[in-house]
Design a protein around this ligand. Structure first.
Ligand SMILES: O=C(CO)COP(=O)(O)O
Length: 254
């Protein structure tokens, strides 16, 4: 089976009730390719998840932007995977570089989170990516392989995992990876999966790109053989997110 194109919209820590309603109506009014062609998952902040989930048309799914590493309990301020299941939220983003950098989430901690969320039946968008310093020192592949290994060490079934390659230097900077730069890392990641997890997982796991994706650069990126979709930040709050969703057809016609 081919890898269905995947477009995630990470709203990060943005939005008001009125803004959420506006984005939802833009999405609901848009004519997007069918769910056979593209899987679209939007990720509002926790507090807006029920509103987004109940008002979006069925073409769109929702994701949380994080969850706690194990069963809920005395963890003030955290949101548990059990709560997401209870709310009917199917997806969660884990290991985003902003959390790795600002909240010191280690590779191992992210691996544990991914495994726990999967064990409860959640689907996971697992984020990895190198900093500018790491890229410039030539350690990009070593860094993303290490991050992927920490996930693979804890996860036995990859069916519900989407791997998001998000170079930190491209996030929110307007400095998008070139299609060739992104393709190179995606191909290496697929090779890593093949050699360390298995050929089937390598062939079927979607590896999506994130970092300054917009309506203008999405088509060329989508045309790369190992880019199976996007995780979009800033542009997912704007009408051009629709153009990014539509870039799925580039792949279909390839
Ligand atoms: O971090 C990102 C998505 O998770 C990317 O953010 P930008 O698209 O704003 O660069």
């Amino acid at each position: 089976m081919g890898r269905k194109f995947f477009v995630g919209g990470n709203w990060k820590c943005n939005g008001t009730i009125d803004e959420v309603k506006k984005i939802v109506s833009t999405l609901n009014e848009a004519e997007v390719p069918s769910q056979d062609v593209v899987e679209v998952v939007v990720s509002p902040p926790f507090v807006f998840l029920p509103l987004a989930k109940s008002s979006l048309k069925p073409d769109y799914q929702v994701a949380a932007q994080n969850c706690w590493v194990k069963k809920g309990g005395a963890y003030t301020g955290e949101i548990s995977a059990e709560m997401l299941v209870n709310l009917g939220v199917p997806w969660v983003i884990l290991g985003h570089s902003e959390r790795r950098a600002l909240l010191n989430e280690s590779n191992e901690f992210v691996g544990e989170k991914v495994a726990y969320a999967l064990s409860l039946g959640l689907k996971v968008i697992a984020c990895i990516g190198e900093t500018l310093e790491q890229r410039e020192s030539g350690s990009t592949i070593a860094v993303v392989s290490e991050q992927t290994k920490a996930i693979a060490d804890k996860v036995s079934n990859w069916d519900n995992v989407v791997l998001a390659y998000e170079p930190v230097w491209a996030i929110g900077t307007g400095k998008v990876a070139t299609p060739a730069q992104a393709q190179e890392v995606h191909a290496e990641l697929r090779k890593w999966l093949e050699q360390n997890v298995g050929a089937e997982v390598a062939a079927t796991t979607r590896i999506i790109y994130g970092g300054s994706v917009n309506g203008g650069n999405c088509k060329e990126l989508a045309g790369q053989p190992d880019i199976d979709g996007f995780l979009v930040g800033g542009a997912s709050l704007k009408p051009e997110f629709i153009d990014i969703i539509k870039s799925a057809t580039v792949k279909k016609n390839a």
